[in-house]
Design a binder for this molecule. Sequence first.
Ligand code: GRF
Length: 203
Amino acid sequence: MKRIAFLASGRGSNFQAVIDSMVRGEVPAECSGLITDNPRAYAVNRAEKAGIPVYIVDYSAYPSKDAYEADLLAAMTKCDADLFILAGYMRIVGAGIVQAFPGRIINIHPALLPSFPGLHAQRQAIDYGVKVSGCTVHFVDEHMDNGPIIIQAAVPVIEGDDEETLAERILVQEHRCLPEAVRLFCQGRLQIVDRRVQRRPDR
Ligand code: GRF
């Protein structure tokens, strides 16, 4: 059985969606930890309730990003996970960490990449005036919101939407796509070829 661990900075609804699907037996994995840079993240309550070990690496307590990432790397190493899931982790992961876990970190982003990377993706989509947006689950590489794409789902942008209503509609798809991507990874069905992710059939 694969071991998975999460990095989250806030609410943690995507984290919850994956652990709920594990409890339902849909994702063949065990969860070895939740790491957060924010001691007040609601995700911490969710982890405690689920009996998942919590690692707090409080970003604000470090003099530099390098010092923070050294301890983050140590926490990730302790989790001893096959896969790390960035589930609303609001920082850019440094190259050292990406290189320590090649092809073993995935992220969920609330837009159809490569459109609208970075913060406030839903607001960017509204401001640009696109008629369709969505979410993307992708492998993490050295560049922000850039790695090979595993799954995307589209949602319509509806007349009168604001950032919140669009975010809510996208979130429904996030909660479906992230557990699905984790399931495929844990079943050994994802293969990165150049920058494309190929899906092997179920054995
Ligand atoms: C989600 O929209 C995710 O795509 C983005 O941050 C948000 C986190 O939500 N990266 P939650 O903490 O999982 O509820």
